[in-house]
Design a protein around this ligand. Structure first.
Ligand SMILES: [Fe+2]
Ligand SMILES: [Fe+2]
Length: 345
C-alpha cells in the first residue's frame, strides 16, 4: 500500500520511521499512550490511521518500508497500546448489548447472534443508496468500502489455524466461497475491484485510504485486531457471523442502486453474489462455526457475542457518518489534509 498522509503526531512519527532504515522505534509506544487519551479511540483520525498502517505490515505491506518492521519490538509495543485501548473501549461500549442476549446465548448461540443483529439495526444506508443516492454518493460508498473489500475475507482467515474440527471446516466453507473457490475472477475482492473499475474508480489496494475517515477505518482495524490474536478467536468468529448475518439484504439493495444509476449488471455482480452466498454464510457462521466453537470452549461465549456486537456497532457508526454527511449536502470523504502534519518532538 502507498504510504498514506499522516493525520497527527503518532501517524507522522510512524510513517517517518517506516520510510527510514529499520532501527529501534524508541518512544513510539509512549507517543501511542498519549495518542489514545482521546474521547473516542474508534473515531480518532490519528489513532485509527496509525493502527491501520501497523496492521497493513501484516497484509500487503507499506511501499518502501522494510518488511522486518512487522515484527519490530518498538512498533509492536505501540500497536499493542493502540489495540488495548481500542479493545477496552469496544468492550465498554458493547457490554449492555452483550448482556441482553447472554441468557439466550447459553442455550442457542445462533439465536443470540441473530437477536443482536435485530437490536442494532443500523441507519438506513442501503435504502438510501437503493432509492436516492447520486452517482457521486455511490462512488464515495465504493471508495470507503474499498479499504476492506479489496482485502475481503483476509482478516477472518487468520482464524483458520486457530480452530480444529467442525468449526474449522465451517469457517473454510465460508472462506473458500470468499476466495472464489480458487477462481480469480470469482474472488470477492476481485469482483469488488471490477465494480470499482466499472464505476471509473481506481481499484489499486489502498488507493483511497487518504479519503477514508476514522469511522470507516475502524471497521477494518477491529477485524484485523481480532483476527491477528489467538486470544480473540471467539471475537473473530462472532464478528464473522454478525458480518454475514447482516449482508444479504443490504447487498440486494446495493445491487439495485448500481443498476438504477446505470452502471450495469457487471458492476452489480459483486453485490448480486452476496445476496445468495451470505444467506448461506450466515447459517454456516452462526450454527456450524460459532455454536460448536462455544460447545467445545464454553469460555469463548462472551467473546463470540462481543465480536458480533463490535461488528454491528462499528458498521452502524460508519454508515451513520456517511449518511450524516450526505444529509448535510456534504461529501462523506475526508478533505485532503490541508497542512502537512509535523512530527512531534
Ligand atoms: Fe464476500
Ligand atoms: Fe460472505
Amino acid at each position: 500500500m502507498r504510504p498514506p498522509a499522516p493525520r497527527g503526531p503518532l501517524s507522522a512519527r510512524l510513517l517517518t520511521l517506516l520510510a527510514e532504515p529499520l532501527r529501534a522505534a524508541d518512544g513510539l509506544a509512549d507517543l501511542a499512550r498519549q495518542s489514545v487519551r482521546v474521547p473516542l479511540v474508534r473515531a480518532d483520525e490519528d489513532v485509527q490511521l496509525s493502527l491501520l498502517v501497523c496492521q497493513e505490515l501484516d497484509y500487503d505491506g507499506i511501499d518502501g518500508a522494510d518488511e522486518r518492521w512487522e515484527c519490530a519490538a518498538g512498533l509492536l509495543a505501540a500497536r499493542r497500546v493502540l489495540e488495548d485501548a481500542f479493545e477496552a473501549e469496544l468492550r465498554t461500549e458493547t457490554s449492555m448489548l452483550v448482556g441482553e442476549v447472554q441468557d439466550t446465548a447459553r442455550h442457542d448461540v445462533a439465536a443470540a447472534i441473530f437477536a443482536l443483529t435485530e437490536s442494532v439495526p443500523g441507519p438506513p444506508l442501503a435504502r438510501h443508496l437503493h432509492r436516492h443516492a447520486t452517482r457521486r454518493q455511490l462512488a464515495e460508498f465504493l471508495m470507503l468500502r474499498s479499504v476492506y473489500h479489496l482485502k475481503e475475507a483476509d482478516p477472518h482467515t487468520w482464524l483458520v489455524p486457530r480452530l480444529r474440527g467442525a468449526p474449522k471446516a465451517a469457517l473454510l466453507a465460508v472462506q473458500i466461497d470468499e476466495y472464489g473457490s480458487g477462481r480469480l475472477e470469482r474472488m470477492h475482492a476481485e469482483l469488488f475491484a471490477d465494480t470499482m473499475r466499472l464505476a471509473g474508480l481506481d481499484p489499486t489496494y489502498g488507493a483511497y485510504v487518504d479519503k477514508v475517515p476514522a469511522a470507516t477505518l475502524a471497521v477494518t482495524t477491529a477485524m484485523s485486531m481480532f483476527g491477528r490474536q489467538r486470544r480473540l478467536r471467539g471475537a473473530t468468529a462472532g464478528h464473522l457471523a454478525a458480518f454475514e448475518a447482516t449482508s444479504s439484504l443490504p447487498n440486494r439493495r446495493y445491487g439495485q442502486a448500481v443498476r438504477r444509476l446505470g452502471l450495469g449488471d457487471a458492476a452489480a455482480a459483486y453485490f448480486d453474489e452476496h445476496v445468495e452466498a451470505d444467506a448461506v454464510h450466515e447459517q454456516v457462521a452462526t450454527r456450524e462455526l460459532c455454536a460448536p466453537l462455544v460447545g467445545a470452549e464454553p469460555d469463548l461465549l462472551a467473546d463470540v457475542l462481543f465480536g458480533a456486537a463490535v461488528c454491528l456497532l462499528l458498521d452502524a457508526q460508519a454508515a451513520e457518518a456517511m449518511l450524516g454527511a450526505w444529509r448535510l449536502g456534504r461529501s462523506s470523504l475526508l478533505p485532503a489534509w490541508a497542512t502537512p502534519v509535523r512530527e512531534a518532538g
